[in-house]
Design a binder for this molecule. Structure first.
Ligand SMILES: CCCCCCCCCCCCC[C@H](O)CC(=O)SCCNC(=O)CCNC(=O)[C@H](O)C(C)(C)COP(=O)(O)OP(=O)(O)OC[C@H]1O[C@@H](n2cnc3c(N)ncnc32)[C@H](O)[C@@H]1OP(=O)(O)O
Length: 260
């Protein structure tokens, strides 16, 4: 779809940074099937564009996303949700090569917190609140929240947040390592754009390999993870970017990465 054909998101491009803004303010950016489909379509389009080196995902001042759309789920049955192909959308986001940066102000709850945790970096405004309140609805996190939150903050805090459904403010999220940085809410998006532009100025190949290596830590034991990292490191020496990067340092000049 072209950038102006989306109805639940706004899509923008700032040089080498793709920007996706959730745009369902009437429902605090609740994640319904239409919105998730559009987010994935826009993100995959940016991911396929060699001119894009990073993707920023953001919402409004009041809400990044207040969760999956409860009104869309309320009448679903066990068979309905088992049959839904909804999870494919989330798997597609998790599989992006391009580094992703979530810029979070306001509510990131349930699926909203899970969506932020699918991103590689989370830049939180000081008004951001995170949580997995699904238990209040008689359900549990369903898109990785119990897995990614536990790996991010540890069992004790994850159990606290998931069993009580409480909200966690940005300072606690920062202390626990759930978020990358906390900034004044008025600076959240601009800071995320600046960080994304910084990443987009690196070698796109090296950034993709670095992302794969870090994510492998979620999937492997230490020995296997170090082995994978080592092979990915070796592979950087097959790229022109490694040659250019190291030659630029020696010559005391900025590298001109060509992403190959
Ligand atoms: C994904 C959909 C589809 C597909 C089917 C397949 C199902 C299986 C796949 C889905 C798996 C999902 C897994 C996920 O882990 C599950 C969840 O995310 S469950 C939802 C978790 N989130 C919440 O429980 C938060 C709910 N919201 C609130 O508690 C409050 O709104 C708030 C955030 C504390 C803010 O409170 P207030 O400031 O008082 O604002 P309001 O409550 O009045 O809200 C304003 C307006 O927005 C509507 N709204 C808010 N949150 C949601 C939501 N999650 N879904 C739908 N609508 C929401 C709210 O109803 C108000 O609208 P209005 O009533 O004025 O029309």
């Amino acid at each position: 779809m072209s950038e102006n054909e989306y109805s639940t998101i706004a899509v923008d491009r700032r040089d080498r940074v793709g920007v996706i803004t959730l745009n369902r303010p009437e429902a605090l950016n609740a994640l319904n099937t239409e919105l998730m489909g559009e987010v994935v379509a826009a993100a995959q389009a940016f991911d396929a564009d060699p001119g894009i080196g990073a993707i920023v995902l953001t919402g409004s001042d009041r809400a990044f996303a207040a969760g999956a759309d409860i009104k869309e789920m309320a009448d679903k049955t066990f068979s309905d949700v088992v049959a839904e192909q909804f999870f494919g959308a989330w798997d597609a986001l998790a599989g992006l090569r391009t580094p992703t940066v979530a810029a979070v102000n306001g509510y990131a709850l349930g699926g909203g917190c899970e969506l932020a945790m699918l991103c590689d970096l989370i830049i939180a405004g000081d008004t951001a609140v995170f949580g997995q309140p699904e238990i209040n609805l008689g359900v549990i996190p369903g898109i990785g929240g119990s897995q990614r939150l536990t790996r991010a903050v540890g069992k004790a805090k994850a159990m606290d947040l998931i069993l009580t459904g409480r909200q966690m403010k940005s300072d606690e999220a920062d202390r626990l390592g759930l978020v990358s940085r906390v900034v004044p809410a008025e600076n959240t998006v601009q800071t995320a754009l600046e960080i994304a532009a910084d990443i987009a100025g690196k070698s796109l190949i090296a950034a993709g390999l670095a992302k794969e290596a870090v994510n492998r830590a979620f999937e492997s034991g230490l020995t296997e993870g170090v082995r994978v990292e080592r092979n990915l490191f070796y592979s950087t020496f097959a790229t022109d970017d490694q040659t250019e990067g190291m030659a630029a340092f020696v010559a005391k000049r900025r590298p001109d990465f060509q992403h190959r």
